[in-house]
Design a protein around this ligand. Structure first.
Ligand code: HEM
Ligand code: SF4
Length: 771
C-alpha cells in the first residue's frame, strides 16, 4: 500500500532543505515538530492522501490563506500579463483554487511587538517569497501575499528561529492577541497590559481547549476605558486594565467583556465582570473557551461566533455556566507560571533623555517637520520621551523600508516597536532631542508622512486586490482618498481633519467599517446591463471608548462618487455643527432621511456612454465584474477533533514508513502502534474531548465506547481491525523482524482506514433526516 518515500522528498526544494538543516534546534522543539508535521501533511496532500477540507483547515491554522489571483493574470495598466509563478505542474490557479494558488501568509504578532532582528527577517521573507511588501493588518499582524505554499515551511522555520509563530493565525482558533500599541507609555492607562497580553498569547497558543471551536476567537487588551487603542468591545473577549482596593491593598485586575465581534452582524461585547483579579485572567479564559467549544454552534458557520451564544443565553446565564466550569477546572500550574513574571516586565529605553542632544528648534520653513510633530509624535508618560507613529499608506511597508526602519530602531530605541490596528508602526521611547534627526532619517526612506490619526490615515482591508470575497476595491478607494485628502489637509477644518475613515471590501468588515466616523463597505449594483462597484456608507460609529458604538448604513454610493461624498459630509459637519459637537452626535441629530437627501445626487450612476469610468473600480483599468468572487476563507469548514485525530494518525503512520525505509524496525513498530492509538483517540474525541494521551488509557476507553458497543465493527471483518491494535499493544515494538514490522505498518493502515469508515458512518447517521 505504501509507496517508497523519503525525508528528502518531503522537504521540497534545495533551499527548503537547507533552511531545515540550518535552523534545526534553533527554535522551541514543539514548534519545530509542528513545522515538520505540516511539511509532511503538505506532502501527503500532494499525494491525494489528505482531503481538501481537512488540509484547508490545517493550513489556515498555520496562517496560510488562499487568495484572489485573477486567474494567474494581473493587469499592468496596458494589458493582462500572466504572473510568472512557480507551480508544481498541472494544478490550476485562480479564485477557486484551494491548493496550489499563490496564497497569503498571516504572521501573528502578539500585541504588535516587534524587535529589529524580527523586522529584518520579515523584510527578507517578503523579498524572497512574496512581493517585497509587508502588510500590517487591522489586528496588528503582518501579512505576506503571493506566497507559494511550498515555501511556507521555510517561512515558518525562519520566523520560529526569531520567536515568531504563525500557528493559529487563522482558522477556528484563538487568533492574535492584540493590545494598545502605546501600553506602558500612555499616561491614561491603569497599568501596562503588555505582559498580560503576552501571557494570554502563550497560554492560548496550541491549548487543547481551543482546538474544537466553531469559528475564530479574538482577544484584545486595553489600558483604559476611554481611548480606542485596544478596541476591546469588538472582540470575542476583551480586558481593560483596572485597579481595585481589596482588604486595604490595591490590586491589579481587569474589567472583562465577552461576546463582541464585527462581521456582517456586529455585536458589542457584554460586561462579564467589572473586576477580575489578574490571577483569574487565565483560568476564566479557559473556562470561557470550554463553554464555547461545548455549546457554541458548529454547523451553521454564520451563527458560530461566541457572540451568538452570549446573545442566545443572555450574559447572566453565560456567566453562570462559565463560573461553574471554572469551579470544576483542574488546577493548571501554567496559570501561575505565566502570570508570575509579569511584575518583572520592564521596557528599557536605549538612551537617557539627557544623553541626547537638546531638542533643536526646527529649522525655519520646515513646515513639514512641524506638521509631522503635530500629528505623528506624542509625549510619553515618562518625561523626556516621545512615541512616534510611522504612517504606512494602506498598511504597506517595503522590504527595504522595513530593513531601514529596523536600523533606525537600533539607532534610536532598540526593540520597542509596535504595529497598530490603524495599520501603522509605532516607535516608542524616542528621546526628545533625537526627534529632528529621527525625522530626517525617516524622510530619507519615505516614512515620514504626517497625518497619523487623521482623516488621511485610512484603514482598509485587502478587498478585491487579494481577497476572494472582495466586492469593491477597498484599497483602491483608500489610496485615492488618501491622496486627495492629504492635498487638502492643511486647509481642512480641524474637526473634519480629526475624523476617521475605515473601508471594507465587503460586508464582512475586516476593515472595521462599523467603528469609523465614516465607514464604507463594498457592494455592487446592477445598472442597465452593467454591474457597477459601489460602497455602502456607514455613519455614526464610535471608535473612541474602545469602539463604544457601531454605525448604521445610510445609502449605497457608486465607488467613483465616494470622494465627493466625503467632501460633502465634511462641509455639512462644519456648517451644521453646534458648538464643538462630536461627529457622532451631529449624525444622530441630523435625521437619516435628511442625510440621504443631501447625498441623493451622488447616488446616481451616469450611463455607460456618458461616463464609462463609473464602470471601472478604483485602482483598476478593467471593466468591473463580480464573476471572479470566489469561495471565502475567513476560516475553513468546521473540522472536528476526530478529523484532526485521524489526520495525525496518517502522519504518524507516514513517519513509521520513513523509519522503516531507514531500517529502524523498532521505531517503525512503535510509531505504527502509536498511529493506531491516535486514530482511536480521534474517534473517542468526538464523544469525549478530554480523552487521555496515554495509549493504555485510550485503548481502555476505545474498548468501552467503540468495541463493546460494536460501533467500530466492520460489517464483514467484524472486530478484525480492532484486534490489530490490541495485538500491537500486547506484543510491543521490540524484536520484530522486517517482515513482521512491515505487517504492523499494513495493519495500522487498515486500522486507520476502518477508523475513517467508522467516523463517516457515524457522521451520516447524525446528519440523516429524521423519519
Ligand atoms: C466570511 C469570511 C470573513 C469574515 C466574516 C471576516 C471577518 C473579519 C472581521 C470581523 C475582522 C476584523 C475585525 C475583528 O477583529 O472583529 C477581520 C479581520 C481581518 N480579515 Fe477577515 N473576514 C473574512 C474573510 C477574510 C478574508 C477572505 C480575508 C483576506 C484574505 C480577510 C482578511 C482579513 C484581515 C487581513 C483582517 C485583519 C486580521 C488580523 O490581522 O487578524 N478576511 N475579518
Ligand atoms: S471585508 Fe470582505 S473584502 Fe475585505 S478582507 Fe474581509 S472578506 Fe475580504
Amino acid at each position: 500500500m505504501t509507496g517508497q518515500v523519503s525525508q528528502k522528498e518531503i522537504s521540497g526544494s534545495e533551499s527548503a532543505k537547507l533552511w531545515k538543516r540550518c535552523l534545526s534546534g534553533k527554535m522551541p522543539p514543539s514548534w519545530e515538530k509542528e513545522i515538520g508535521d505540516f511539511e509532511t501533511e503538505m506532502f501527503l496532500k500532494k499525494q491525494g492522501k489528505i482531503e481538501d477540507k481537512v488540509f484547508a483547515e490545517t493550513r489556515l491554522r498555520r496562517g496560510v490563506y488562499g487568495q484572489r489571483y485573477d486567474n494567474g493574470k494581473r493587469h499592468d495598466g496596458k494589458e493582462d500579463r500572466p504572473i510568472p509563478y512557480p507551480t508544481l505542474g498541472k494544478l490550476s490557479k485562480g479564485p477557486m483554487t484551494e491548493w496550489d494558488a499563490p496564497g497569503m501568509q498571516r504572521i501573528k504578532i502578539p500585541w504588535g511587538g516587534l524587535n529589529p532582528d524580527q523586522m529584518d527577517v520579515l523584510a527578507d521573507l517578503a523579498e524572497e517569497y512574496s512581493d517585497s511588501i509587508c502588510h500590517v493588518t487591522t489586528r496588528q499582524d503582518i501579512q505576506l501575499h503571493y506566497v507559494h505554499i511550498e515555501d511556507t515551511p521555510s517561512i515558518f522555520r525562519r520566523l520560529a528561529a526569531m520567536g515568531i509563530t504563525t500557528r493559529e493565525a487563522c482558522g477556528n482558533s484563538v487568533r492574535n492577541v492584540t493590545a494598545c500599541p502605546i501600553a506602558g507609555v500612555c499616561s491614561e492607562a491603569a497599568f501596562d497590559v503588555t505582559p498580560y497580553a503576552d501571557a494570554m498569547f502563550r497560554f492560548a497558543l496550541a491549548h487543547p481547549d481551543i482546538q474544537d471551536f466553531g469559528r475564530k476567537f479574538k482577544i484584545a487588551f486595553s489600558g483604559c476605558k476611554n481611548n480606542p487603542c485596544g478596541l476591546v468591545t469588538i472582540h470575542d473577549m476583551g480586558y481593560i486594565a483596572a485597579k481595585k482596593i481589596v482588604d486595604g491593598v490595591e490590586k491589579k485586575g481587569f474589567e472583562m467583556v465577552v461576546g463582541g465581534g464585527l462581521g456582517p452582524l456586529p455585536y458589542q461585547a457584554k460586561l462579564f465582570s467589572e473586576f477580575i483579579p489578574v490571577e483569574e485572567m487565565l483560568p476564566l479564559a479557559q473556562a470561557v473557551w470550554r463553554i464555547y467549544a461545548r455549546y457554541g454552534e458548529k454547523k451553521k458557520r454564520n451563527r458560530a461566533r461566541i457572540k451568538f451564544l452570549v446573545a442566545d443565553w443572555g450574559i447572566e446565564k453565560f456567566k453562570q455556566m462559565v463560573m461553574d466550569e471554572r469551579a470544576k477546572l483542574p488546577v493548571d500550574p501554567r496559570w501561575k507560571e505565566l502570570i508570575s513574571p509579569v511584575e518583572k516586565y520592564e521596557e528599557r529605553p536605549l538612551k537617557t533623555p539627557s544623553a541626547t542632544r537638546p531638542l533643536t528648534p526646527s529649522p525655519q520653513g520646515r513646515g513639514d517637520y512641524e506638521r509631522w510633530l503635530k500629528t505623528n509624535v506624542r509625549p510619553q508618560r515618562q518625561e523626556g520621551y516621545y512615541l512616534v507613529v510611522v504612517s504606512l499608506p494602506l498598511g504597506d511597508i517595503t522590504s527595504n523600508q522595513m530593513r531601514d526602519l529596523a536600523a533606525i530602531a537600533r539607532k534610536y530605541i532598540r526593540d520597542t516597536v509596535r504595529t497598530t490596528v490603524e495599520q501603522n508602526i509605532v516607535l516608542r521611547w524616542v528621546a526628545e532631542g533625537d526627534l529632528p534627526a529621527l525625522y530626517d532619517d525617516l524622510k530619507k526612506i519615505d516614512l515620514a508622512q504626517p497625518f497619523a490619526g487623521t482623516i488621511v490615515d485610512i484603514t482598509a482591508c485587502p478587498g478585491t486586490d487579494t481577497c476572494k470575497l472582495g466586492v469593491s476595491s477597498s484599497r483602491g478607494l483608500a489610496g485615492e482618498l488618501r491622496t486627495r485628502l492629504a492635498e487638502k489637509s492643511v486647509q481642512m477644518n480641524e474637526a473634519v481633519r480629526n475624523l476617521h475613515i475605515k473601508i471594507s471590501g465587503c460586508f464582512n468588515s475586516c476593515g472595521q467599517h462599523h467603528i469609523a466616523d465614516i465607514g464604507f463597505y463594498g457592494v455592487s449594483r446592477k445598472v442597465g446591463n452593467y454591474v457597477v462597484p459601489h460602497f455602502q456608507l456607514i455613519l455614526g460609529g464610535q471608535w473612541t471608548e474602545n469602539a463604544a458604538s457601531y454605525g448604521m448604513a445610510v445609502v449605497g454610493i457608486p465607488s467613483k462618487n465616494i470622494p465627493a461624498v466625503v467632501d460633502r459630509l465634511g462641509e455639512m459637519y462644519v456648517k451644521g455643527r453646534q458648538g464643538d459637537e462630536k461627529f457622532q452626535a451631529f449624525i444622530q441629530r441630523v435625521e437619516k432621511i435628511q442625510l440621504k437627501k443631501a447625498l441623493e445626487d451622488l447616488t446616481v450612476v451616469p450611463s455607460h456612454d456618458e461616463n464609462p469610468s463609473f464602470y471601472v473600480d478604483w485602482g483598476d483599468v478593467r471593466e468591473y465584474t463580480i464573476s471572479d468572487i470566489g469561495k471565502g476563507e475567513c476560516a475553513g469548514e468546521v473540522v472536528s477533533l476526530t478529523d484532526f485525530g485521524l489526520k495525525a494518525a496518517d502522519r504518524e503512520l507516514f513517519e513509521a514508513q520513513v523509519q522503516f525505509e531507514a531500517g529502524n524496525l523498532e521505531k517503525t513498530a512503535s510509531l505504527a502502534f502509536h498511529a493506531m492509538a491516535t486514530a482511536a483517540q480521534g474517534l473517542i474525541k468526538g464523544q469525549n474531548p478530554d480523552v487521555s494521551n496515554d495509549p493504555e488509557k485510550i485503548i481502555i476507553e476505545f474498548k468501552t465506547r467503540f468495541c463493546d458497543t460494536e460501533i467500530f465493527y466492520d460489517r464483514f471483518a467484524r472486530d478484525q481491525f480492532a484486534n490489530y491494535l490490541f495485538r500491537a499493544q500486547a506484543e510491543g515494538p521490540a524484536g520484530l523482524n522486517k517482515e513482521k514490522t512491515q505487517q504492523r505498518i499494513e495493519e495500522a493502515q487498515l486500522f486507520i482506514d476502518a477508523a475513517y469508515n467508522c467516523h463517516a458512518r457515524m457522521s451520516m447517521e447524525q446528519t440523516s433526516p429524521l423519519p
